[in-house]
Write a protein that binds this ligand. Sequence first.
Ligand SMILES: Cc1ncc(C[n+]2csc(CCO)c2C)c(N)n1
Length: 225
Amino acid sequence: MNTSAIFERIKAAAIEDWQRYVDHEFIRQMEAGTLAQAVFQQYLIQDYLFLIQYARAYALAIYKSPTLEDMQLAQGGLNAILGEMHLHIRLCEGWGLKKADLIAAPEHAATIAYTRYVLDCGQRGDLLDLHVALAPCMIGYAEIGRRLAPALAANPNHPYREWISEYASEGFQQAAQASINHMQQLADRALTEARFLDIVAIFSKASQLEADFWQMGFDLAREKN
Ligand SMILES: Cc1ncc(C[n+]2csc(CCO)c2C)c(N)n1
């Protein structure tokens, strides 16, 4: 099939689920600086557990790589996760939570659902299926980082400066672009017309699971109150 600008086409086909993810109430409140800290803390603790499982998904992407270049790109993703986890440890330390406390937290159903879904896409499918399941995470956070960056300039005391800066950073934006480029290569090699709807379904599902992940922060904070 004609696979030009494949990421834009997949996103357009899944636009409602994508919007519900990148424009979730959590993001709106974060942008405004009004998101309750308890909600953000619950999210971030679960996100640490999420990243451990997500690192396994990138490791699976190395295993599923037909070429050395695919392997190197997946390895870059794995390294980026290890770097991202420093943000979580730093922020949690500021609240008096140690790494051991994070690891000991029980995984929420939304964390399990999302990470195991991605791992399953990789186990039963090929590298394109897995890459598409991984895409909303990387590319969505880059879109959110770009959108929220102006809020930092407007408010010098923005409470979520560190988090927003991480995803708005040049390094992170480049990594997301590299992920789009890799998706393009994989699609050029393996995407057929017959597979397109299956690929869109994976992207939609992962986007829905991202939206559920934001929602989990509100739900957990309410339960603990
Ligand atoms: C629920 C959730 N979704 C996406 C990310 C962002 N993220 C996770 S792994 C990875 C790839 C390399 O760092 C990126 C961008 C997150 N932290 N939590």
